[in-house]
Design a protein around this ligand. Structure first.
Ligand SMILES: [Zn+2]
Length: 113
């Protein structure tokens, strides 16, 4: 089946979507392994994808969301304005790694590696 997956186009600084063929739309591994540029949601029909992407781009322009590139694995991830505020309130830098890599580092640290 075809799904429509959001991705971050670094060149144009915009969210776009592309059609990808997946065996099973409920299998996130299939979806995630296709491309490191992918962010967030996917859609099952084109009209929703167009609407969703348009809304997302508007929110990004309005600085409700920020797109960052993980320095470890290179995927793009989303930080919301609320999250950004949370870090700024504590005088902390914004995360440089995606959630997956952050979790992994935490586990590695706990294991004493
Ligand atoms: Zn990462």
């Amino acid at each position: 089946m075809i799904i429509y997956k959001e991705y971050w186009d670094e060149k144009s600084q915009e969210v776009k979507f592309k059609e990808i063929e997946v065996a099973d739309k409920n299998d996130p591994a299939t979806i995630e392994s296709n491309c490191t540029e992918f962010i967030n949601a996917y859609y099952t029909d084109k009209a929703s994808a167009e609407n969703g992407v348009a809304r997302f781009n508007k929110d990004i322009k309005a600085e409700k969301f920020f797109i960052k590139k993980c320095k470890e694995c290179g995927i793009f991830f989303v930080i919301s304005a609320d999250e950004k505020q949370w870090y700024e309130d504590r005088g902390m830098q914004l995360p440089k790694r995606c959630e997956k890599c952050r979790k992994k580092r935490k586990v590695d640290k706990t294991n004493g590696r």
